[in-house]
Design a protein around this ligand. Sequence first.
Ligand code: HT7
Ligand code: ZN
Length: 873
Amino acid sequence: HPLVRLRDYRAPAWRMERVDLSFDLDAEQTLVEARLELRQDPERPDAELRLDGSALDLLEIRLDGRDIGTDRYRIEADGLVVCGVRGSAILETRSRIRPIANTAMQGLYLSGALETGFLLSQCEAEGFRHITWSIDRPDVLAPYTVTLRADRERYPVLLAGGGREAAGELDDGRHWVRYVDPQPKPSYLFALVAGRLHSIEDAYTTAEGRRVRLAIWAEAAVLDRCRHAMDCLKAAFLWDEQTYGRSYRLDAFHIVATHDFTMGAMENTGLNIFNSKYLLADPLHATDDDFRHVLAVVGHEYFHNWTGNRVTCRDWFQLSLKEGLTVYREQEFESDLASRTLRRIEDVRSLWRTQFAEDAGPLAHPVRPDQYREINNFYTTTVYDKGAEIVRMLATLLGREGFRRGMDLYFERHDGSAVTVEDFLAALGDANALDLGCWLGWYRQAGTPVLEAHSHYDAERRCLELTLRQHTAATSGQSEKQPLPIPVALAFFDQRGNRLPLQCDDAERLRGDVLLLEEAEATFRFTNLDSSPVTSLLRGYSAPVRLVTSFDARGLAILASHETDGFNRWQAADAMARQAFAQLLAGERGGQPFLEAWICSLRASLAESAIEPATLAEMLTVADLAALAEPLAEIDPDAVFKARLTLETSLARALEPELLESYAALASASAEGTEPAAQARRRLRNRCLQLLCVVDRRHHVLAAAHYTRASCLSDRLGALTCIVHSAASAAPALLEEFAAAYRDDPTVMDKWFAVQATMPSAAALERVCELTGHPAFRWDNPNKVHALLLGLAHRNPIVFHRLDGEGYRFTAAAIRKLDAINPQVAARLATAFGGWQRMEPRRRAVMREEMRRLRTAENLSADVADILGRSLG
Ligand code: HT7
Ligand code: ZN
């Protein structure tokens, strides 16, 4: 694929002013008629008319109502050029596509089996060109009319975005439905669904009094599991009205669930399509985490209605404009409706383990990349999660009202248009009389800034000097880095854990409890402090930076017990664990002040009645191997594993009586409902059980009973994971029992695969290999591949990084096989090799060799070739 560069952006020479589509739907072959009303930019009279299209069988082509011969057009690898057209034109094409052969899931494809499955489309980012010829770029917006025709018996439900205008019967048992979406939209938001689906229905009345019909479509057998999603959808409508004053304007909102989807969900206007794992939930088939994920993803896709659909991206470089902003909105939605602290801890954990790692490796790229070969490879944690962190920092800087003012102006200025990150910053800045130009640096610069903090207390003057220094290491293609604006939320505590006043000499620089560091280094003086305070930095994780400071065990212990910001309370405990881990890894002998302080704090927290159970559960959860390894200059996975095991075992051993007590005290949690408070109690109870299983095999009996008595999937899966991951003798029988019970449930079976793929034992590789032959495993199903193969490659470092290289060879073979089926999924798997440069030398060499070999494979997709090319440099 050619390199596409941001700096080469040009507005389109031709635009589509209207799109009329009509489909004769069938899984084996679908006929697509497209009528495009086209207009040329008068400033570019010489620009040829070029339409995007790929793997389309062109049957007919007409220009301004007349057939044209092959002398008037030419078909290229990825497009169609019509010669000698000027000003305006009406282009009609008739083409044939084969949904059943579309295993890449871009364009129109089949979900499920030929006889019983249904047809659906996925157009973001460039899937529309696999459906018909068009100008397939996000800055070309048009109203759409879509007519769907199909056999009534086989495809009783026909859905597309927009309002249902008309419907009727045809000969031979066929029927048709016409949808009109009058608001101009980019082609990536087009969608259709056709098949035997069933729905639950509801309605929402908007703040303006408009009644919106809500429908969630799924297979008949799982309709009851859509109720939670429906509640979440109504909550999302309400939240966006209350928080941003934004309503929905169409008459209907449909969601369709499928087991066959490459990503989580898709925000097509009026017709969202969801991966079933983010839509279906009931206590027997979904865990508490699944319930929260459904809330978050339903919210996320709905919020795209304003941030992405009504205000869309000018080009794909601006992807974070919709994704980062919408992730931020989704995070706030979940925080308001469930637990703010838990969501923040989970987000930061995931940022540290995946985004920081991406930023530190050869696949590092800015939140707004400046070039790409394959845009599908840029749906990354950097674009999504670091992008959300930038929006969060801006919201912190502007405050609740200022941020809302900025968002109001953004929507007011840009509703109905395709815009850039600059437009976003300009709206936020103009609404607050601020120049936010320097914030563009966060979008342009790759790499994680390191924030160094040093303080000095002057007893005589009763003041503390805090020096903050920032630097960002070079990343591939970006050697020069500029200082970025970094909001640092902070608080002071005394030795008893009481809050102390925050009075800064430079009052301008302190807004509320937030300091803004704008330069490479600055020193701030805080006055009126009777004793040297314990400083709590980056409260709420106010900036996505790596904090380097001289931690002291006593100070962290005070914060781990007294910080009123739940996130920083957890962060203090996590910092103690990481310091203890570093000492264990370095083989340091003698006293272990951090380990002791950590255990002591957690003992006290377990005895505390006021602490939120979800926060406590997270404090008791040691960072995983990838997260612990991420800051290391060179990684030896076996040494990391050993040090982590010692850390976790020391904690579990020391707190065994307290863990047993808490476990028993929370006995009723299994049968409680799915409200956040009950979920949090179950989380804590399962956490206690997991630690107990680490201490002693005696507690496997407890885990087996936990499994048998479980009245929800959270507990059942929690117990199964404890038993399998601690290699208890009951593991094989319970795995069999579980598989027999959930054989017909693909989403629960994904969890069964994932539990085995993440077993912390080298032998897991042979098991995973065997499981690829299991009847429930399918190479062409992204969820199965995620659970088993990405589970191993991304979430089981001791197996993926096996010293004999078998983990790498197995994964490389899987990438080759998958690449012929779904290149996007294969490319995701290939990113597991991205961290090769920081591995210890032996593994580094094998990883590089395996990538090089893979790169020479025949017919390698552009997706995988791009990942390997960038990884190898
Ligand atoms: N905006 C959606 C992106 C998406 C996607 C991208 C590439 C290939 C398949 C895809 N399915 C969905 C998801 C989101 O809301 O972020
Ligand atoms: Zn999104």
